[in-house]
Design a protein around this ligand. Structure first.
Ligand code: C2E
Ligand code: MG
Ligand code: MG
Ligand code: MG
Length: 293
């Protein structure tokens, strides 16, 4: 047993661990019923392409990222940062992930019918889904059911999901690429990706993690990292999208370095489907005025 000194620390540690696993168990049980009880929904955050026209910055909505939301009657809103890991470890991420894909694609069809410009729908994919045998077939089936071409879908993968087994990842990426589905690396720079794999991976975009964007205007090292990622991506023929853009100063730096796309609170928080539709219509009518650039 631990010595007298260390004992309290040890006890504290175990009770904290117990509390954590009790919460995880509670969430797992609640999550098991969340789908059938209609507690899950998607919010959509607009993504913008940056283009320069006569020195003036233009921003154009190119797509939406679907972000999962869970509202439980007693627990309230539970953050995806907390429940996605529970969904992954319990296997629940497979049915939930399928629901997310189906719902996001169905929403894209509704927006098409409402006359919105042809947007891309970006959907987050967990490592568990990515590794699952039937992902390419599942994607085929869902696209067929809603009647959308594969090019309208973009799947976001983290470096961890791609690097877990790079050989398998390359096979799955090739299968998705052959169908015309676009792939992006989410949270780029925070995982441990081997740069040599970037040229073998069939990805079209790197999403620069918000942790590098946050202090861009104050932190020269973050500026150096972001600049290097944008240059490397350009040399490899990959697009870049910066996440978590909150200030005009960050946007200005990203634009000058040649970052092609952005998303973040400066433009919009994730929105309900109805609010997203209104936002797109308003943005088309009054492109830049809202951001004070
Ligand atoms: P992510 O895919 O990197 O998503 C970006 C997160 O940053 C979202 O948090 C979004 O709401 C937030 N965000 C966007 N703009 C800003 C900004 O300007 N400032 C700040 N501070 N934050 C911003 P959210 O919705 O809480 O999602 C967290 C993570 O949960 C996601 O990170 C993703 O990894 C995961 N996730 C969400 N939905 C799904 C899903 O359907 N499937 C899977 N597998 N994972 C999901
Ligand atoms: Mg994402
Ligand atoms: Mg991200
Ligand atoms: Mg993230």
């Amino acid at each position: 047993r631990a010595k007298k000194d260390g004992r309290n620390a040890y006890r504290f540690f175990t009770s904290e661990m117990q509390a954590q696993s009790a919460r995880a168990l509670l969430l797992e049980n609640a999550l098991r019923r969340a789908l059938e009880r209609g507690q899950l929904s998607l919010h959509y955050q607009p993504q913008f392409a940056l283009t320069e026209d006569d020195e003036a910055l233009e921003s154009q909505i190119i797509g939406a990222e679907a972000l999962l939301r869970w509202q439980h009657p007693e627990l309230g809103w539970v953050s995806p940062a907390e429940f996605i890991p529970v969904a992954e470890s319990s296997g629940l991420i497979l049915p939930i992930g399928e629901w997310v894909l189906k719902e996001a694609l169905s929403q894209l069809v509704r927006w098409d019918r409402a006359g919105l410009p042809g947007l891309t729908m970006a959907v987050n994919l967990s490592a568990v889904q990515f590794r699952h045998d039937n992902l390419p077939e599942l994607v085929d089936r869902l696209l067929g059911e809603v009647g959308l071409p594969a090019g309208r879908l973009e799947l976001e993968l983290t470096e961890g999901a791609a690097m877990h087994n790079p050989t398998v990842a390359i096979t799955v990426m090739n299968a998705l690429h052959a169908r015309g589905v676009r792939l992006s690396i989410d949270d780029f720079g925070t995982g441990h990706s081997s740069l040599s794999y970037l040229k073998k991976f069939r990805v079209s975009k790197l999403k620069i993690d918000q942790s590098f964007v946050r202090d861009l205007t104050e932190d020269a090292e973050d500026r150096a990292i972001v600049d290097a990622v944008i240059r490397m991506a350009g040399a490899l023929g990959l697009e870049t999208l910066a996440e978590g853009v909150e200030t005009p100063g960050q946007l200005d730096f990203l634009r000058r370095q040649g970052c092609q796309a952005v998303q973040g609170y400066l433009f919009s928080r994730p929105l309900t489907a109805a609010a997203f539709e209104e936002f797109v219509v308003a943005h088309i009518q009054a492109p830049l005025s809202a951001y004070a650039i």
